[in-house]
Design a protein around this ligand. Structure first.
Ligand SMILES: Nc1ncnc2c1ncn2[C@@H]1O[C@H](COP(=O)(O)OP(=O)(O)OP(=O)(O)O)[C@@H](O)[C@H]1O
Ligand SMILES: [Mg+2]
Length: 1016
């Protein structure tokens, strides 16, 4: 299945690279620097150092590795390797020339090319050490040098001594960085590297870096790199669980096509440690390997038949040798794969016998393990003991135990086990008291709860094949309901059909509760304005039935569906919001976590739609905390993260939003949730001018959204981002095409909430597109403060045509939107009979003169800015103010312009919205306005005090200085210790900001403006 053996993508490790980068920068700047890089085998020490070298341009890298030959191995092995490499590159004489005084007899100990070694003895050794250090220092004079000593846990005594000498006597002006890697998991208590590490740790310029295992998300990135595509959620789960984030294990596991057994090479690697232990310890470890990754001391005693003392004695070497770790009242294997390797090594008879012993011990002493672990482990042991009947029955019981602890993933596994074994147990249904079709149905439900949507759809489909709607309408309705709900969660077609069909099957008969549930589910997915009335009626009917049935949980969910629908009239949500308190009361009474989650999701959603960002964020945050308590982090929790990220983005709390997004993505949520989260991260990256990042995120969301049926709430923001990205890249024509495509392919009447931002985004593309924007703009409703702000922005953007109409005699009238019953009270801008035309500041229809147009536009933008300010949306406000400043300048009113520029810049600065800051500074410069409020006196210098000149960031300024010095991108990258690609991004931003066509022109501008005169 693999495409690459090794992932070309380097996953994570940003912090570690930065730390190494800083150490190198210190060395370059003339300070001694050594970094000790520790970590378990395969965690990525070598790769990290390699990636670091790749990024360190203009540096000489010398690498020497220690060999695994025991502690009496080859003396000085890594240094011999370093020297050999140098001789290969420069010839013996070239190297000799670098040794102080040309005396190389010391080096002859390392490499025979250097002749006869001097006599043994302490001076000889001292001379060798001095010569090696001298050689390194001379090399570093020519070029910053990195000496890498790999695998120091295998270092022989001499190597350790020389290393210690080099680190301690490393000169501070030598531009030499020493990196030492070692396996921290090899360092048992008496390992000889330990004292050396402790000693070096006390040296001032030595720092330590301990590499941790990769996070789940980093494993996904690595696996994606290996496969050249994203692995499935199930594969991710498997790979992450087995590898526990060790990248070497990820590679080996993925390289293995067979699946279940461990690859030979990995097994040998893992077992090597165990084989060094005494035989009785190994025997006990084999027993323990059947018990699982973590095993209680009491259980191990019961199974091993040893008494406490004998058991402890046998275990001690395993703990000392780092194979087992003590974990509370039991032991855990230090790596799950060690257990697996041991377990794979069991003989077949031994395997069955051990698992039977475990099963019997747990049955005899149920108190040995807490629930649901006891039931689940029992099921596991019976299964592994190949006793089909006991395995099936115990799996069924384990499923029930898992359900009691809301461990849906486990429950699903156990139900799947029951289904697998079904054929081998003739009286299965009688033994567990449940029919096959119902086990399937239950498994589908649990798959849904566990977020395993694809599985759920498949399981529901399999069950439906066993349930005939004519003879068994109720069971069929139940399954249709489940499949509809899962399809909906996954953004798949067919959900509405499933649910309507389920409702039809039980239109006037069947259990009250189920009827209420089906209607509730149906109401929940009727989003579009054209089925709004159906939604309200369906939800109301569901509430009635739920009350009759005495089912507060169903009632709670139906009330959510109703309230969400009513709250779509955003201007009137205050009358409806109280219902959410009632929902929570019902949900708590019923003990239904899903209703609690649904309430938080819906309430935060409508609050955000109404522009109540703070409150939306609060409700979403409380919901996430609740999701954590309920064990629903991956599903409801990550979905709520969307509802938290959105208001945080609106409020300009971008760093906080990014944290929320990152944390949610760490849980690897279902793809549609990922896409939404990435969407908000894209918005932030765009506003901050991080275009590469924005593109990467956008692309990932695009892949998800291209598979499945998604709604306007996903697709329209996505289209806006597409347009914004193209604009930011200067590809305005393509942006127009993308906007036109969106207008063609989407029904803008479906959701005013998501259509308005799109119209605003597209209106910025200017003239040619405007005629296509009028029809939806005229027909869409404006509901609530948020849409009002968007509508004002749209009006300002298209002023004066918006007010006057797209052409003579075609006034832009904002008619009531698709929710015909809703009067547009929220829009206070009526001009006469329901025609909303322009800002309220007493501006009549725009007059004929250009000055009047500009005055109108200024007022339109001011009004938009005020609306955004009232909503606490600083980025939108800043952009409106920037546009207002332009309008003021067009009017010739520099005072007004300066005022708006200053307010805008302050907001943009706080947000880190670099492109906007640059644009504002450009405007100020051209208008010769000094930041801080007033227009500058004519003829005053162009520089704007306290602001970066020309809107350049500090970094760009550094880059520009080097460009002006005539340096290449590669040289600049080396100097600033950043990637060449990053330099080229900086350079293109600089060119854009300076309006320069080439590097030469940019350099000329820098000189002309005397930018660097004072820094020399
Ligand atoms: N962050 C990463 N992203 C992608 N692949 C990685 C990453 N880290 C390590 N790998 C890959 O995992 C494998 C093991 O990494 P590496 O050899 O660097 O481990 P190590 O810590 O040096 O192990 P050892 O202790 O055996 O020397 C390599 O093939 C490497 O390319
Ligand atoms: Mg290595």
């Amino acid at each position: 299945m693999t495409t690459h053996m090794v992932s070309p993508v380097f996953a994570g490790r940003g912090g570690e690279l930065a730390a190494l980068g800083e150490a190198l920068a210190r060395a370059r700047a003339g300070a001694a620097a050594t970094v000790l890089v520790g970590g378990e085998a395969g965690v990525g020490k070598t790769r990290l150092v390699h990636e670091f070298e790749q990024r360190a341009d203009g540096v000489l890298v010398l690498v020497g590795g220690c060999l695994e030959l025991g502690t009496d191995g080859l003396p000085f092995a890594p240094f011999s390797a370093v020297l050999r490499g140098l001789v290969r590159g420069r010839g013996r004489d070239g190297v000799t020339a670098l040794v102080p005084g040309g005396h190389t007899r010391g080096l002859a100990r390392l490499l025979p090319e250097f002749g006869e070694p001097d006599k043994d003895g302490p001076e000889a050794r001292a001379r060798l050490f001095e010569q090696m250090l001298g050689l390194l220092e001379r090399l570093a004079e020519d070029q910053p040098t990195v000496l890498v000593i790999e695998d120091a846990h295998w270092a022989d005594r001499s190597t350790r001594d020389l290393l210690s000498f080099l680190v301690r006597y490393q000169r501070s002006d030598a531009r030499l960085l020493i990196l030492v890697t070692y396996r921290s998991d090899e360092l048992h208590r008496t390992h000889p590297l330990r004292p050396l590490l402790a000693e070096l740790g006390r040296v001032g310029w030595v720092s330590r870096l301990e590499l941790r295992r990769l996070t789940r998300r980093e494993v996904v990135a690595q696996a994606t790199g290996i496969l050249d595509r994203e692995p499935s959620a199930a594969d991710i789960e498997l790979i992450y669980e087995r590898s526990e984030g060790n990248p070497l294990f990820v590679e080996v596991l993925m390289g293995e096509t067979g699946g279940d057994t461990l690859p030979e090479s990995l097994r040998d690697l893992l077992l090597a440690k165990v084989e060094r232990l005494p035989e009785e310890t190994q025997e006990l470890l084999r027993v323990a390997s059947a018990g699982g990754q973590r095993i209680e001391h009491a259980l191990l005693t019961a199974v091993s038949g040893l008494d406490d003392g004998a058991l402890s004695q046998a275990l001690r070497p395993a703990v000392a040798g780092n194979v087992l770790v003590v974990d509370g009242e039991g032991y855990a294997f230090r790596h799950a794969l060690i257990r697996e390797a041991l377990h794979d090594d069991l003989l077949p008879g031994e395997h069955t016998r051990l698992h039977t012993r475990f099963a019997e011990a747990i049955e005899r002493h149920p108190s040995l393990l807490p629930e649901p672990r006891g039931a689940i482990e029992l099921a596991h042991h019976w299964h592994a003991a190949h006793d089909a009947t006991s395995a099936l029955v115990s799996a069924w019981k384990a499923a029930a135990a898992a359900r009691r602890s809301a461990a849906y993933g486990e429950q699903l596994r156990m139900l799947s086990r029951v289904l697998e074994l079904w054929g081998q147990v003739p009286d299965a249904a009688a033994r567990i008291g449940c029919a096959h079709v119902d086990v399937l149905g239950q498994a589908a439900t649990v798959a849904h709860l566990a977020g395993e949507f694809e599985r759920g759809i498949a399981l529901a489909g399999a069950a439906m094949a066993e349930a005939d709607p004519d003879t068994d309408p109720i069971r069929a309705a139940r399954l249709l309901r489940r499949r509809g709900a899962i399809r909906y969660s996954l953004g798949r077609f067919g959900y509405l059909d499933d649910l309507r069909q389920a409702a039809a099957l039980m239109a006037d008969s069947g259990p009250l509760k189920l009827r209420a549930q089906v209607l509730e589910n149906l109401a929940r997915v009727l989003h579009d304005p054209d089925v709004w009335h159906e939604r309200i009626a369906t939800a109301q009917r569901a509430i009635e039935l739920a009350r009759q049935a005495g089912e507060p949980a169903v009632e709670a969910n139906a009330l959510i569906a109703l309230t969400w629908g009513l709250c779509q009239r955003f201007s009137r949500i205050d009358e409806e919001l109280g219902a959410f308190a009632e929902v929570r009361r019902l949900a708590l009474a019923a003990g239904d976590p899903n209703a609690l989650m649904g309430s938080a999701i819906s309430e935060s959603d409508v609050l955000e739609g109404a522009g109540r960002h703070e409150r939306a964020a609060r409700v979403a945050r409380e919901g996430i905390a609740e999701a954590e308590r309920q064990g629903l982090v991956r599903t409801s929790g990550t979905f709520l993260a969307i509802n938290l990220a959105e208001p945080l983005v609106s409020l300009g709390r971008w760093d906080e939003a990014l944290e929320v997004i990152d944390r949610a993505l760490d849980h690897v949520p279902p793809p549609p949730t990922q896409a939404s989260l990435q969407g908000f991260a894209t918005d932030i990256a765009l506003a901050r001018g991080q275009l590469d990042r924005a593109e990467e995120l956008h692309e990932s969301a695009r892949r998800i959204l291209s598979r499945g049926a998604f709604r306007a709430q996903n697709l329209l923001p996505h289209a806006c981002r597409e347009v914004a990205l193209l604009v930011a890249r200067g590809r305005v024509d393509e942006a127009r095409e993308a906007a036109e495509r969106t207008l063609r392919e989407h029904d803008f009447m479906v959701s005013a909430r998501y259509s308005w931002p799109a119209l605003v985004a597209f209106a910025q593309l200017g003239e040619p597109l405007l005629p296509e924007l009028w029809p939806p703009a005229r027909r869409l409703g404006v509901e609530g403060d948020l849409q009002r702000a968007q509508w004002l922005t749209f009006t300002a953007l298209t002023w004066p045509a918006a007010a006057a109409g797209a052409g003579p005699g075609a006034p832009l009238a904002l008619a009531a939107g698709p929710l015909q019953a809703v009067p547009l009270q929220a829009v206070p801008l009526d001009v006469g009979d329901g025609v909303h035309a322009g800002p309220r500041s007493g501006v009549e229809a725009p007059g004929p003169g250009p000055g009047d147009v500009a005055a109108g536009r200024l007022m339109a933008w001011d009004e938009a800015a005020a609306a955004w300010a009232a909503l606490r949306q600083p980025y939108s406000e800043a952009r409106a103010l920037a546009a207002a400043a332009h309008a003021a300048l067009a009017l010739g009113d520099r005072q007004q312009a300066a005022d708006r520029l200053a307010r805008s810049r302050e907001l943009a600065d706080r947000l880190g919205a670099a492109p906007l800051v640059a644009e504002l500074d450009g405007t100020a410069r051209r208008a010769r306005i000094v930041a801080g409020g007033g227009p500058g006196t004519d003829g005053a210098p162009e520089a704007v005090p306290d602001a970066p000149p020309l809107g350049l960031t500090a970094r760009e300024r550094e880059v520009l200085r080097l460009v002006a010095d005539g340096r290449s991108n590669r040289e600049i990258a080396g100097e600033l210790f950043i990637a060449v690609k990053t330099v080229s991004v900086h350079v293109s931003n600089i060119l854009a900001k300076l309006g320069a066509a080439s590097r030469g022109e940019a350099a000329a501008t820098a000189h002309r403006l005397h930018l660097f005169d004072s820094d020399a």
